[in-house]
Design a protein around this ligand. Structure first.
Ligand SMILES: Nc1nc2c(c(=O)[nH]1)N[C@H]1C(S)=C(S)[C@@H](COP(=O)(O)OP(=O)(O)OC[C@H]3O[C@@H](n4cnc5c(=O)[nH]c(N)nc54)[C@H](O)[C@@H]3O)O[C@H]1N2
Ligand SMILES: Nc1nc2c(c(=O)[nH]1)N[C@H]1C(S)=C(S)[C@@H](COP(=O)(O)OP(=O)(O)OC[C@H]3O[C@@H](n4cnc5c(=O)[nH]c(N)nc54)[C@H](O)[C@@H]3O)O[C@H]1N2
Ligand SMILES: [Mo]
Length: 816
């Protein structure tokens, strides 16, 4: 394609560049090897020509003067910002030697592979770690508190993850006859207009609103969708589980739930022993339940064998009755135990949340909750989409359980226009090859036993392939149960973005024998590396992308000096570390990933993208009915009981509360009134800026212009009480640390909460400590602790701390 010597390359945005998890189709205009323009691809099914500011600013990004374009070796002390250029060969030799030395002396698990959010390096960092022999790939956020906990929670009680349906699996999208428009969508702790996370495109919701979809928004801050919603539930951060329980209370007690789904597809009818509080694994009552509440259980066959009732009697039995009451069960050894149904136990839990109590916990008006619950339950179909604040609380699993119960009990799961089960297109998994699954797995299952957190936490054993971050950080200091000596950092801003308590991370990095980092720019974090390798943007590489739909390729459009794609860097090192490494070329690796689609990399590249046909098991709707979810091919869900588990058998096995419930997070005015006296404001952080991706892009002129300063949003009443004017600098502080931000006085936040931007540092300031690009001045993560992960190792208190604000006098600094 192209004219006047301009090549137009059709490709897919994914890391690095705009960041984000979306997969927008773009047209890159290349002249003489330079990017002169970039635009959205109007034919692409994903974004249909639309594009964000960060993608449009790629012309200022690719050849930016700050880009690292050659491998660098640190010459001064860590944090002094002194480097020398070396060749790729020298750099790779040095890394190989240093990492092999650690492997020999301490074992391969002593090197941690640190990554950040969902980019295409997910598989490649696993490939490298596993080839080296380490199971310790660490998603470097406390409690792995982004996305992973949601996925693992959904696997726990539902067997699969799901997202709202915008017809993304259907080539004709909204016009496809199979698609139904969601009548209502709950946008729950989600700012999708700015964020496009989880492989969903923000404008899809707007597309559907234009067609008539109504919005309920759960958010403490007046977001884009809150301002356009039918009901805005302005919730106190960290109380989402209580709100969901309140909504369930309305829906169950007003009989607005889907009896058919409850009966057929949940484990509500399973029996729970009153003496131990545990579920009898195999026995459940359904329409064949005995009316006189007496069951004999054969332990071998797992079936109820003798009924104290006749066939005719149970046929008249009303399901509601069968789901309630006490039941005597005689076990095979003759013991008689009294049981109740899981549904009864579940309802008892839900009934602990009457709306006046929920109002007190959440600060949302009880009437609004009732109206929102009724609207959602009476809309057919209806969908819910949650965002990262749901992961960012220690009780993430019970919270997800409560919210997911809403879509299950209203029969909105796995149906058009509801919450659809998200599967990789054509079952080709390019992100992120978990543990032993996929083309690049662990070399030896046994090595996984040394992964940090595997022994302690059920979800890490069962669903995650990650090292538990908080435990890893501690282990760097204690050396127990084994020493940690090296780190490979690829996409993790430990001192400027993903790392909470960044000063602790700094001390940890100082302790390590060897650190290699791969990045596109110098950052506060990379100043602690011994070797720094230059990575490519998405425009400079080939790649495969399948994160739900479509399956698509990333196509190389240009080259920048000596920068290399992450996949090539990791591939080269993986071959050096593992004499049995399976692949000879990167393309072979791509082909292997694409195998389930029946296409090779070249074939897919020619097509651009592909959406699985309707009859493909990776295409949505009614999959639980068709037997497409369970390995045995039977209808139902991929859980231990084959049902959507209202009562979680995994959680029971892990010694955790099997029912959904609210737990007050550790640092709130309710849990810590002592701290709240000194730090009376709720500190929320990290609402996304459309101009930035986390700690990136502060050096891109167009983007910095859009959002020039680290901003804290303060309600006018609160600002007035502190004598703070709009645009004035303030200190935010709490018992952990402080940072300086610019006040934006605005009624979009409640008077009792401030919202601070995250990911800040100043690329224009000095690299060397104590400045470290001004990161200690403005990084709000200095006010957020590590080590407060939830009971199952997941989730962390990130969006609900406490703080106070003080007007800055312009003199103090925060260095050191
Ligand atoms: N432009 C841009 N896009 C991004 C990113 C970026 O940095 N920049 N980051 C990407 C990443 S890794 C992620 S995880 C996603 C996150 O994207 P989202 O999931 O949308 O997350 P946030 O923007 O952090 O928060 C969403 C909304 O939740 C509200 N909120 C805060 N605390 C609570 C709470 O306790 N309960 C409820 N109900 N609401 C709350 C906030 O006010 C905000 O409006 O975005 C991705 N997309
Ligand atoms: N206070 C607070 N902190 C938060 C959050 C919050 O809401 N509040 N959100 C958290 C969340 S959800 C997440 S996921 C994390 C994200 O945190 P990170 O994933 O660490 O995000 P970034 O700062 O965007 O990226 C880190 C580094 O990776 C580099 N990089 C980007 N793309 C590539 C690539 O393709 N290859 C290579 N080699 N390098 C690349 C960037 O230049 C940058 O220096 O932040 C978390 N931090
Ligand atoms: Mo994230």
């Amino acid at each position: 394609m192209g004219s006047k010597n301009i090549d137009i390359v059709r490709t897919t945005t994914w890391s690095a560049g705009p960041g984000c998890h979306g997969g927008c189709g773009v047209l890159a205009h290349i002249k003489d090897g330079e990017l002169i323009k970039i635009e959205g691809d109007p034919d692409h099914p994903w974004n249909q020509g639309r594009l964000c500011a960060r993608a449009l600013a790629m012309t200022q990004y690719v050849k930016h003067e700050d880009r690292i374009t050659r491998p660098l070796k640190r010459v001064g002390k860590r944090g002094q910002g002194k480097w020398e250029e070396i060749s790729w060969e020298e750099a790779l030799d040095y890394i190989e030697k240093k990492m092999k030395d650690i492997r020999e002396e301490y074992g391969p698990e002593s090197v941690i592979f640190s990554m950040g959010t969902g980019r295409d390096i997910g598989p490649w960092i696993c490939m490298l770690a596993y080839a080296f022999g380490s199971p310790n790939v660490m998603f470097s956020l406390s409690g792995s508190a982004c996305y992973g906990p949601r996925l693992s929670a959904c696997n726990t009680f539902q067997g699969c993850y799901c997202v709202f349906d915008a017809g993304q699996w259907l080539p004709k999208r909204y016009e496809d006859p199979k698609f139904k428009l969601p009548e209502t969508i709950i946008i729950w702790g989600y700012n999708i207009a700015a964020t496009c996370p989880d492989n969903l495109f923000g404008h899809w919701v707007i597309d559907m609103m234009k067609r008539g979809t109504k919005i309920i928004c759960v958010d403490p801050r007046l977001s884009f969708f809150a301002s356009r919603s039918k009901h805005w539930l302005q919730i106190r951060p960290g109380t989402d589980a209580a709100l969901a329980m309140g909504m369930l209370n309305v829906i169950i007690n007003e009989d607005l739930y889907d009896h058919d789904f409850l009966e057929k597809w949940t484990n509500g009818a399973h029996l729970m022993r009153m003496d131990t509080g545990k579920l009898l694994r195999e026995v459940h009552l359904d329409k064949t339940g005995a009316p006189d509440n007496f069951v004999v259980w054969d332990e071998n066959s797992g079936e109820p064998v003798i009924w104290h009732s006749s066939e005719t009697e149970f046929k008249t039995l009303n399901v509601k009755a069968a789901f309630s009451g006490l039941w005597d069960v005689i076990l095979a050894d003759g013991t008689r135990v009294t049981c109740r149904t899981a549904w009864d136990a579940y309802r008892e839990e839900v009934n602990k949340y009457p709306l006046d109590k929920v109002q007190e916990i959440t600060r949302v008006d009880a009437d609004e909750i009732r109206k929102a619950a009724r609207l959602y339950a009476t809309s057919k179909p209806a969908a819910i989409q949650w965002g990262v604040p749901i992961d960012m609380t220690p009780a993430v699993t019970p919270t997800c359980h409560a919210i997911a119960s809403l879509w299950a009990l209203t029969g909105n799961l796995d149906i058009p226009g509801g919450n659809v089960i998200a599967k990789f297109a054509f079952d080709a998994v390019s992100y992120a090859l978990p543990g032993a699954v996929g083309p690049i797995g662990l070399k030896d299952k046994k090595m996984d036993a040394k992964r940090v957190g595997v022994k302690e936490y059920g979800p890490y054993r069962t669903f995650h392939w990650r090292a538990q971050t908080d435990m890893t950080l501690d282990q760097i200091f204690t050396g127990k149960p084994y020493p940690i000596k090296g780190m490979w950092i690829q996409t993790a801003g430990l001192l400027n973005g993903i790392g909470l308590d960044p000063k602790k991370w700094k001390k940890a990095l100082e302790k390590l024998d060897f650190i290699a980092a791969v990045d596109l720019f110098h950052t506060p974090t990379t100043q602690y590396a011994d070797i720094l390798l230059p990575a490519s943007t998405f425009l400079e590489k080939n790649g495969v992308r399948s994160w739900w739909v479509p399956l698509q390729t990333i196509n190389k459009a240009m080259k920048v000096d000596q920068c290399r794609p992450d996949v090539e860097i990791n591939f080269e090192l993986a071959r050096r570390f593992d004499p049995d490494f399976k692949y000879d070329t990167v393309n072979e690796l791509f082909d292997e990933i694409l195998k389930p689609s029946g296409m090779t990399f070249e074939q897919l590249q020619k097509k651009g993208w592909a959406i699985p046909p309707e009859d493909h098991p990776s295409s949505p709707y009614h999959r639980h009915e068709k037997g497409q979810l369970r390995p045995d091919g039977k209808p139902g869900f991929k859980t231990p009981t084959g049902k959507f588990e209202l009562y979680s058998t995994y959680r029971e096995e892990w010694g955790l509360d099997p029912l959904p419930h609210h737990e007050e997070p550790p640092f709130t005015p309710v849990s810590r009134p002592d701290l709240a006296k000194e730090y009376p404001l709720i500190l929320s952080t990290g609402r996304r800026s459309p101009a930035y991706f986390h700690s990136e892009h502060r050096n891109i002129p167009w983007l910095r212009q859009l959002d020039p300063d680290p901003v804290v949003e303060i309600h006018p009443q609160t600002a007035a009480a502190h004598d703070i004017g709009n645009g004035e600098w303030v200190w935010l502080e709490n018992w952990l640390g402080r940072c300086k931000m610019k006040a934006k006085v605005t009624p979009i936040v409640p008077p009792w909460m401030v919202m601070a931007a995250h990911g800040w540092w100043y690329p224009e300031k000095k690299a060397a400590e104590p400045s470290l690009y001004g990161v200690w001045e403005c990084n709000v993560n200095q006010l957020i602790p590590m080590g407060n992960q939830g009971k199952d190792g997941q989730g962390a208190p990130i969006k609900h701390l406490l703080c106070r604000i003080i007007k800055a006098n312009g003199k103090e600094t925060n260095n050191g």
